[in-house]
Design a protein around this ligand. Structure first.
Ligand code: AMP
Ligand code: GLY
Length: 420
């Protein structure tokens, strides 16, 4: 079959890498892709936020199956347009994608289905939000309701930080995403990510992961999109995963179906684990980036069969063939990230690295210029490895990091420390 993947990051490179290995895949196109993806697929220019353009592209290229990587095309209704055109696709409708696109919506769903999460309230004016913070005190969490590229959350340790965040958000720092603000109880504990495929009715867990959100070693410094990840997450024990499935994920999926907006795609539940209990922090309606890279490293070619079963409503008969292994990915970012970065610096040494089912360098932000690979974003490479133990996976990944010659880049040296 001919397959189209939408997106251009390390997540989409790992999806393309896994899909390519499956004999069901004939032609593989990634739009817009990047320099690393070009080694496993054809990259095509396409406005992936334009549902009509995506449908026309599929017709012109005889695409049989579309995998939608990022949240923005989902929120823009690309899955709806593909559904209307009768094109098989992986990714939820815009109505179901509200589980990521609106934090207040997710909280309402949790309340409606009894899923444990932080106590919350929503506000349309700064004044009411300020009053609430003064009554509740700190620590407290202030969130822009809408999509803010992962930047719309302030975990405020003091009341004045929370009040400043409220002023920022209502002052337009996040555009329309901050027109409404959700304020939440601060939850203590350890975070883990749980990935579950849903076909509208049935659910199938496909792995757990933990990422490192802070830019600096020891989890210090500003928040980022993620500086590294590993799978499985030891904190999410089998018992806790079952608990999260039964108390959080299944009730959510049932509530979405009851409302006539069934959830189809991967549901990424961000969980807070404390004293043997899992509570929901947030949902994402896509694979995490870089969590996807470690999941794909472990799942390999079967990832395509699982996504197809999900899209075709056949999850009830599916199972994951688990290997007893571990994967870890180290993000190499351009100096300055998560602030402003300089683009265009050359990355050398990539062609000397072994790439096989144990080691892969997924490209997150690269371009090819006169035959050279250059950095074209903040997060640039995801150096990923698999091993029998997490320590083995880590050693393999850092051995590759050390062979990459890129003075303008940096990475954290302590990915996986919590679990090691
Ligand atoms: P989100 O974008 O909702 O995932 O929030 C980003 C990060 O903020 C999460 O990964 C948590 O580390 C933190 N966070 C969000 N909500 C809470 C909460 N209620 N209590 C504690 N930390 C939170
Ligand atoms: N790594 C976090 C995310 O993809 O949202």
């Amino acid at each position: 079959m001919n397959i189209l993947i939408l997106g251009s990051g390390g997540r989409e490179h790992s999806l393309a890498w896994a899909v390519r290995q499956n004999p069901k895949c004939d032609r593989l196109i990634v739009a817009p892709g990047n320099a690393g993806i070009a080694a496993v697929a054809r990259c095509a220019a396409l406005d992936i936020l334009d549902p009509v353009a995506v449908v026309e592209f599929c017709a012109a290229e005889a695409v049989d199956f579309v995998i939608i990587g990022p949240e923005a095309p989902l929120a823009a209704g690309v899955a709806d347009a593909l559904a209307a055109a009768g094109i098989l696709h992986f990714g939820p409708s815009a109505a179901a994608a509200r589980l990521e696109a609106s934090k207040a919506f997710t909280k309402e769903i949790c309340d409606a289905c009894g899923a444990p999460t932080a106590a919350w309230a929503r506000f349309a004016t700064a004044e009411a939000a300020r009053d609430y913070v003064r009554t509740r005190g700190a620590p407290i969490v202030v969130k822009a309701d809408g999509l803010a590229a992962g930047k719309g959350v302030v975990v405020a340790m003091t009341e004045s930080e929370a009040l400043a965040a409220i002023d920022d958000m209502f002052g337009g720092a996040f555009g329309t995403a901050g027109a409404e603000v959700v304020i939440e109880e601060f939850m203590q504990g350890e975070e883990a990510s749980f990935f579950v495929l849903c076909d509208g009715q049935d659910v199938l867990p496909i792995g757990t992961a933990q990422d490192h959100k802070r830019v600096g070693e020891g989890d210090t410094g500003p928040n980022t999109g993620g500086m590294g990840a590993y799978s499985p997450a030891p904190v999410l024990t089998a018992d806790l995963a079952t608990q999260a499935l039964n108390r959080i994920v299944r009730p959510t999926v049932a509530e979405m179906a009851r409302r006539g907006t069934p959830y189809r795609g991967v549901l990424y539940a961000g969980l807070m684990i404390h004293q043997g209990q899992a509570r929901l922090v947030e949902y994402n309606v896509r694979f995490g980036d870089p969590e996807c890279q470690v999941l794909m490293m472990r799942l390999g070619a079967q990832a395509l069969d699982l996504m197809l079963a999900c899209a075709e409503g056949r999850l009830a008969g599916m199972q994951v063939n688990w290997a007893d292994d571990h994967a870890l990915t180290v993000v190499m970012a351009a100096r300055g990230y998560p602030g402003a970065v300089t683009r265009g610096s050359e990355i050398r040494g990539l062609d000397t690295l072994p790439e096989d089912s144990f080691r892969m360098v997924f490209h997150a932000g690269t371009a090819r210029q006169d035959g050279r690979i250059v950095a074209s974003g903040g997060r640039v490479l995801n150096v990923t490895a698999r091993g029998a133990t997490l320590a083995e996976a880590r050693d393999r990944a850092y051995a590759m990091v050390d062979a990459i010659d890129w003075p303008e880049g940096f990475c954290r040296r302590d990915i996986g420390w919590r679990a090691l």
